[in-house]
Structures are given as structure tokens and as C-alpha cells.
Design a protein around this ligand. Sequence first.
Ligand SMILES: NC(=O)C1=CN([C@@H]2O[C@H](COP(=O)(O)OP(=O)(O)OC[C@H]3O[C@@H](n4cnc5c(N)ncnc54)[C@H](O)[C@@H]3O)[C@@H](O)[C@H]2O)C=CC1
Ligand SMILES: O=C(O)CCC(=O)C(=O)O
Length: 649
Amino acid sequence: MTGIKIVPNAVLLWLKPATKTKDSVLKYSSTLTSNLTFSSGPASFRTLVHLCYRNAPSGFVANCSSHIQRSASFTHDAAQTFSPIPRRTVTAMSRAKVRGQTSIHRWYCPYKDWDRPLYCPGPLLVVQQRHIVSKSAHISDDDDENLPLSRNVGMFFDKAAALLVHKVVEDFKSLPQKHRSLDEEMKLIQGTIAVIKPCAFIISLSFPIRRDNGTLEVVRAYRAQHKQHRLPSKGGIRFSAHVDYDEVTALAALMTYKCALVNAPFGGAKAGVQIDPKKYSEGELERITRRLTIELSKKGFIHPGIDVPAPDMGTGEREMCWIADTYANIVGFSDINARACVTGKPVSQGGINGRTSATGKGVFVGIKYFLTDKACMDVIGLKPGFKDKTFIVQGFGNVGFHAARYLVEAGAKCIGVAEMDANLYNKDGIDPVALDEYRRQSGCLAGFPAAQPYQGENILCEKCDILVAAACERVITKKISQKIQAKIIAEGANGPVTPGADKVLMEKKVLVIPDLFINAGGVTVSYFEWLKNLNHVSYGRLTSKFERDSNLHIIESVEKSINKWLDSDRAKGLNLKPDPKVKDKYLGYASEKDIVHAGLEHTMERAAEVIMDTARTYNLGLDIRTAAYLVSIEKIYNFYREAGVSSVI
Ligand SMILES: NC(=O)C1=CN([C@@H]2O[C@H](COP(=O)(O)OP(=O)(O)OC[C@H]3O[C@@H](n4cnc5c(N)ncnc54)[C@H](O)[C@@H]3O)[C@@H](O)[C@H]2O)C=CC1
Ligand SMILES: O=C(O)CCC(=O)C(=O)O
């Protein structure tokens, strides 16, 4: 049997009018409860295109796509390639195949939310599919809170990927001369998209460290290299008690999309060490970090040209310095570029001015871009500009503090801070710099005299214009989103808004500025640091004086001409003088920080423009996240189509 046999009429309805709107499709989706029968082969790919054309919900299309893909090429190797299917699942599938079964029980399945039997390899696939559509169309509150982060990122990816497939197919169809059939092209398109999504490599480590009290403790850590189409792969190392395999792979995938979006020429990576850093002494943290560096380097998971970590939650300059020092002295002593093995180092160790505050600064620049877009502000009902704007920040760490500082400098008022040890509120404004100073002295935020402890139910739902979510993932869930009063949510953290919440917020006309764009300032400046290390010279060292002198010559020449003209008869009575501010501005030396900030602002603004163009092209309204994913996925897609997929992951 070839092609697709679709039992329920509801699905057939999808295949009819091309004009059907997404809403009407969603209405029918609830009646879709029967079985779908797929076979492998080109016809199924064709069907997939039909579904895309007919505005089928992207989650459904993506699920169909992955079933078809897997069915078409199932082998043990393929199973490993397409997704992290555990060995026990692969074994169960193989056994089922021998027995002639067409499905296996769901308890062999790795995903908590997978509530249908898994299909088995074979000529005919039976997918008992009850919830495929509901996954994207309607996410229950429980599902929304419990879905693993990789599923959330995967859902966002799928939504954008379905739109991209549609566009690429249309482009292909409109080519005057085609070198292959639509069927063949579809195989390439779907195959390429399927290459982008999964994580290429992940290492899971357990190593012992000696605690200060003499006991030995085993520390668990992971490093995921999501993609290596561009090298090195890049992404932070987080120290967090909750980090696990799934979180690290999801965050690494986000890094791939983020780097593509801001044209940082890296694949994506992320590491997690499963410890609560607050429970370890400085000496213990140093031993953990140095041992981690050695273990990662043994397996090719740290190297200036292969994989370059950076700070993330629970880590900072101090840890990056230990990593650079360990790598340079123990592994990379013969490598002149050894210091480029990690970014986010202190400036004295080859770091760059402006990296510590880069992510927060990027969050500010990103918010500013949207706040000054009048059309966008009209949609959400805000006046453009920072004046009179209030904001609440969740997470007063590296990202949250610097973002708050820049926002206040621009004229916005910080009325709330949500942290682990305290929620602070002051309708008249909280000074982030004073709060940071207080924390340095007292070790906590609680008791800060210039704000009150928050007494309400949830500070994230308090009335404000901007909510900066700069703590961690999955904090703004579907349930909470219904009560959110902010008009703009800036995802300073990675993955703070769940897919269920994202949908609710869009319906409420809240502008969610997505993580892969708004927190990309960190990796952007990391890129500058990496280049600085490879160049072995700091920014501005060679050019600053030359540029200053050139500017001086131009200004002097203009001054001379004006003065000459003023002395002439024609200018009698005129009193023209050069503006001294222009002189000050162009005749100072540009510091490394000036250059870094200019590069960062340019990168963020350029990325925002491209995202907004894409949102308009695809008529996405406030769905900036899908627009950002589309931009990224298209770049990576084009890379693989041009380079071929046989040699790069
Ligand atoms: N550091 C960087 O350059 C970048 C960080 N990010 C992301 O930003 C987020 C924050 O990272 P950093 O600021 O570097 O970490 P950090 O460790 O400096 O600060 C995080 C802060 O959030 C607080 N926090 C954690 N969970 C919380 C919760 N449920 N409620 C309230 N507060 C909570 C912590 O106590 C801590 O003070 C993470 O998602 C990270 O992946 C993204 C891009 C770059
Ligand atoms: O600076 C970097 O290389 C990565 C920063 C990071 O981990 C992130 O953007 O999530």
C-alpha cells in the first residue's frame, strides 16, 4: 500500500479547501480520534506537503513528518540519529518486529507525555493517534507544566519548520526550470529539516571530588553539542541542582538557533553540572570546575576550534578563569590559541570588556527596539519609549541585574524584583545598583530597606508594562499566563515561557520577545572575545589613534573651509560656530568597551529588523518567536542544502 489512508472525515476536510483558516482546522481537530494509517515512501511526503498547504496545525504536521521519516528509514542507526530513543525502546521495537507486532506499549517510550503506543518498523505503520493534534492545538495545564524543556523547544521549532517547508516548496514550484521532481525535492527538504532538530553529541560524566570535610562525592555533569555545522559549538556551562540530560540538550538546541539568528558562526552547545553552587565552598567549586575541564577535554568537548563554553546560570568570570587556566596549563600548553577555549573570562585573563553585562545590555537593546516601534506598540496598547514605563524583573543574577540597570538608566521604573530568597516591591521604584550593593554586603536581597516585601499572590502577575524573566526556564506557565498583566515579556532567561503560556499570551496581545533573540547579547560578545583571543590583540589597539587622527583631519578641514567662507564678503553678518559636542564625540579614543557595545547594539538591531521583516512576510502578528525561529532555521537549512549532509552534523 502506498500513500496515506486517512479514516476520519475531519482530516479529509483539511485536505479540501486551500482557503481554510487555522481556526476552522483547529475546530475539526477535536473530532479527530480515529486511526491514521501511513506508509513510507514519497507519497507520504506528498501528503505532508498537502497538510502544510492546507494550514494544518504545525504540531500535527511535524508529528506526521517525524513518523513518516522514521518509518521510511528505520534502522538501529537511524533510531539513534533521529532522536534520543533509549536502547530499551529500540530493543522492544526490534522484538515487536520479529513477532510481527505493529506497535509497542507506551511504557517503553522515553517521553512522559507520549500517550499513545509507539509505532513499529514495518511495511505498514499504524499510528494510533488521538492526541497528535491536541498537542499543538490545546495543551492541558498539567501537560504544559510538565513537558520536558526539549519538548517545548521542539514545539517552537516544529511550528516554524512547517512554515519554512511550505515556503521552500512554493519557491521550488515557482522555479522555471527544475532539476528534480517535487517528490525528490520534498525528500531533501524534509530530510534536511530532520537533520537540524536532534542533538548531535552529548557526553554524560560522573566524576569524584573531595569535599572540604574529607568525604568523596560523585558529581554528575553533561555537555551537549547540538550542531557542528559551524565550529566551534558554543554555549554556557550552568551549575544547578536541577539540570539534567533533557535540559542540557534543549538549551544546546536553543544555542544553535540563537547563534544562527545573530550570525555568530557557531553550532550550539550547553553544559550542566548537577550541583547547587551555594552548597559548596570556593575551593570545592574550583576542584569541580578544574576536573570538569579535564574530563571534557579528554573527549573533545572543550577546545578553541571545537567546543567553547561560557558562563550561564550559577557560573561567571571566576569559573571561566579556572577553566581557561586548567585548559591552557594541562592540555593546551602547546596551543597558542588555548585561551580561546572558553569565553566570559576576566579581562586580565584574555576576557573582553563588556562581556559580563552583555546579556543584560542586549536585553535592554532588544526591548528598546520594540518599544520604539510605534506600530507594534499600537497593537499591544502601549505608548512608545521608556518614559513612564514600569517593569518587574525575575532573577536578579547576571542577566537580571544588568538588564534592570540599563532599563532604569533609560528612564523606566523597576517596581518589583522576584528572587529565590525574597520578592521585593516598591511602586516608587527600586534602584538596581543600590540593591546589588546591599546584596554584596548582606549576602541576600531580603531586608533591602528601600523596598517592601511583596505581600500579594504572585509578583509576576502584578500590574506593570514589562516583565523581564531572567531567572530560569518554564516559570511562566499556561496557568500563570492567564493572570499576567504585563504588556511585554522579555525572555532574558532561556525558555521561561511554556508553549501553552505562549499561546495564551499571544491571544491576550502580550508581546513576548523570545529568548533566542533577546538574550543573544551574551553569545554575541562571547564571539567578539573569541575573535580577540584568536587575533591576540584587543579591539581598538591598532585603529583607535588612527581613527581619531582621521576624524581630526576631517573636522579641521571642514572648520577651515567654513572659516574661509565666513571671512568672505558673502557671509558678512553670519555667526556660524562648529558644535563643540561633535568634536568631543569624534575626537575621543574608542575604548574596547565602546567598540564591543557598538557591535552588540548593531547585532541586536539588525537581528530585530530581520525578525520583524519575517513576521510581516509570514503575517505572524505578535508571534515574534516563530519569526525568530524561522530566520534561524532557514539559515541552517540553507547551510545544509548547500553543504550536503553527509559530512557535517
Ligand atoms: N549569563 C549569560 O550570559 C546568559 C544567561 N542566560 C540565561 O539567563 C538566565 C539567568 O542566567 P544568569 O543571570 O547568568 O544566572 P545567575 O545565576 O547569575 O542568576 C540567576 C538568578 O535567578 C535566581 N533564580 C533562579 N530561579 C529562580 C526562580 N524560580 N525565581 C526567582 N529567582 C530565581 C537565582 O537565585 C539567581 O540569582 C538563565 O536561563 C541563563 O541560561 C542567557 C544568555 C546568556
Ligand atoms: O556566551 C556564550 O557563549 C553562551 C551564552 C549562553 O549560554 C546563552 O546564550 O544561553
